[in-house]
Design a protein around this ligand. Structure first.
Ligand code: SF4
Length: 444
């Protein structure tokens, strides 16, 4: 009997990427091994995202393409999981439109995968659609198959309580649930023993970590201090931070602890206070700017990145000018920019006064142009500086060149040398800068 193989396709954020590592771990604990393509797999899983319509459309396209594989191999198991299937309308669409899908499970019952597969294998004629709509408990100790031996994602909390008016996440991921600090510290300690140099702590809003724990004096800053003190990890990153919850205690903790990387991703979403109110973001343009000033004044050399949505319902030309103004004032190192995508079930989907698509596209182009100019200028300011890099290995686009990341999360390319290994630390002097990358010369 041949060893069964699995293939996982992942859409969406780092949370989903890490969930897929858990799915892979669960499958390998059942005896599956990884396939190099869908064609050679006995089990195909698609871990979906529903944050933007585009991601959903791509997922449906992929599911459609799997029909021919199922026709060739009726024993192939096709499973769909993740955020998209937590929405009843999308779940129904999969049930009706794609009869070749055998298995559907949601974000709250991912741990059930081995049991669900066993049931599918036993009852070959049946389809299993098992999606829990309650907030799942936290399941510790699930096996994880990590792709990167020296960088690891560590989820510290699940769900979100914020209900930004455009966002589907609280509806599909449930309310905030923090993992116990001992479990997080223990996991990172084990990762360090296995050679991991850098962890990225994940949560929809890491700044509200601990608020739901029975012991009342936990905070995200305290968790960071515990991790830095008790694990031996060389680098700590985290995402995502909601600006309304970023505390002075957290700023002080970043200042105090050198192993916390000098990079903050702080989504602003819009620069107009009126639009921020419509978005239910709970801060004004001025409050965001004041927070940025506090961060810059206290943490020298910090790199700042953000997310921005353009064309939100009701966004007028003057609101967009406020966004451009904020971008120029803050001078982000980089920004993920998006055209507003309505999500059924969110308050914004029912808002009047949509921005015409052509206008949305013009605003996006304008924003990207300005942000790219700023990113290039900020990168040029690194020329001549010394940076410590955690080495990733050969660049994806050009294997003759290697890549690593600085504390500020800058992607730096450099010429490889025999003693330099992926997962090691090197020092480089920055010799060149482009919009998205730096060039470094290895020293020492
Ligand atoms: S903070 Fe807002 S944008 Fe982020 S996950 Fe929660 S609801 Fe969505």
């Amino acid at each position: 009997m041949t060893t069964p193989k699995y293939y996982i396709t992942t859409f969406g954020c780092q949370m989903n990427v890490h969930d897929s590592e858990v799915l892979a771990g669960l499958l390998e604990s059942m005896g599956y091994i990884s396939a190099s393509s869908c064609e050679e797999a006995d089990l195909i899983l698609m871990n979906t995202c529903c944050v933007r319509e585009n991601a959903e459309n791509r997922t449906f396209g992929h599911i459609g393409n799997l029909k021919s594989l199922k026709d060739k191999n009726p024993d192939l198991i096709i499973g769909i999981c993740g955020c998209m299937v937590q929405q009843p309308t999308e779940l129904e669409k999969i049930r009706i439109t794609f009869p070749w899908v055998d298995l559907v499970f949601g974000t709250h019952n991912l741990h059930q995968l081995p049991e669900l597969i066993s049931r599918i294998r036993e009852d070959k004629s049946g389809r299993i659609f098992e999606v829990w709509d309650c907030d799942g408990a936290i399941y510790e100790g699930l096996p994880v198959k990590r792709d990167n031996p020296f960088k690891a994602w560590v989820t510290i909390m699940y769900g979100c309580n914020n209900f930004c008016s455009y966002c589907i996440v609280p509806y599909v991921r449930g309310r905030e649930r923090s993992r116990q600090p001992e479990a997080i510290v223990g996991e990172i300690r084990d990762l360090v023993k296995d050679g991991v140099q850098e962890v990225t702590l994940l949560g929809q809003n890491v700044n509200s970590y601990g608020l739901d724990l029975p012991e009342t004096n936990w905070s995200f800053a305290r968790l960071l201090r515990e991790i830095a003190k008790n694990t031996g990890i060389r680098r700590i990153r985290f995402q995502t931070s909601h600006p309304k919850d970023l505390s002075n205690e957290l700023i002080e903790t970043i200042v105090e602890i050198p192993t916390i990387c000098r990079h903050l991703h702080l989504p602003v979403q819009a620069g107009s206070t009126r639009v921020l109110e419509l978005m239910n973001r709970c801060y004004s343009k001025e409050q965001y700017q004041e927070l940025i000033d506090r961060i810059k004044n206290n943490i020298p050399g910090i790199a700042l990145t953000t997310d921005i949505i353009v064309g939100f319902p009701g966004e007028r030309e003057e609101d967009f000018r406020d966004t451009l103004d904020l971008v120029k004032q803050v001078r982000f190192d980089g920004a993920f920019t998006f055209i507003y995508s309505p999500r059924i079930g969110t308050p914004a989907a029912n808002m009047s006064d949509p921005v015409p698509e052509i206008e949305q596209k013009l605003r996006l182009t304008n924003l990207i142009k300005i942000q790219n100019e700023i990113s290039l200028e900020k990168n040029k300011a690194y020329i001549g500086t010394l940076q410590e890099l955690l080495v990733d290995g050969p660049s994806e686009k050009n294997p003759q060149v290697w890549a690593g990341r600085s504390s500020q999360n800058k992607l730096v390319h450099f010429k490889p040398a025999p003693r330099i290994k992926p997962g090691g630390f090197i020092n480089v002097r920055i010799a060149g800068a482009q919009t998205f990358t730096l060039e470094g010369e290895v020293i020492g």
